[in-house]
Design a protein around this ligand. Sequence first.
Ligand code: PGA
Length: 258
Amino acid sequence: MRRKLIVANWKSNPESWREAKAILAPLKRTIKNLTKVEAIICPPAIFLPDSFTLISKTQRLSLGAQDAFWEPTGPYTGQVSAAMLRKAGAKYVILGHSERRALGENNGQTNLKIKAALKEGLRVIFCVGEKERDQHGFYLKTLKQQLEDGLKGIPRKWLADLVVAYEPVWSVGAKARRVDTPADFVEQAIFIKKVASGFIGNEAARKLPVLYGGSVSPKNASGFLSVGEADGLLVGRASLCADKFSDILRQANEAKSL
Ligand code: PGA
């Protein structure tokens, strides 16, 4: 059985470790009885060491970072490397998130980050998604380009640790126009696997976990996991509330693909 991967992207929240602890501590209890889910909490990097101590080897509860620099050490003011994040307790890292891209990250830089993180032994949650959905399917070109540029030149065996998150930009964050539909997600996931197969082969592409992200809430989570057959979810706003995130974890534990 493959566990659903439910990722909490806290972004630049909350402001203090005290508040972070109040979200994280209850999840330790929630996850105890949920054997079909892995919860991956991605707090701001500064909270990773304390989070690691708090969750201390709780099964099916892991930590991730929200970005990683490609050089391990050196004169790069403000950057935190994949190696540092791993040593601080991260097992996963979100890369290529649309909010990083909006700050200027390009496909080539995402590629360097993916390569460095996989080399370091982190599992990468590679985010792709179009800004606009057009009727003619031109947006698929954007997806293809992001995937091909992001995965270029990475040794195939490293890509065993790859997870892709499909996050249409128009459905992400407080300014989201609407949520995608589970039926649409099925199509995007097939397309993503098809493009990925050129890098990892058909068999690995079939198994590649593809998550849905963008305005996930307790109201729509089970739809994406059952009808949408998503391998997991990337949750932003709703992950900052322990009750809501626990609700989503429970739904994932119950979810049956149709
Ligand atoms: P959201 O964010 O759930 O608040 O839309 C998702 C994400 O950015 O990963």
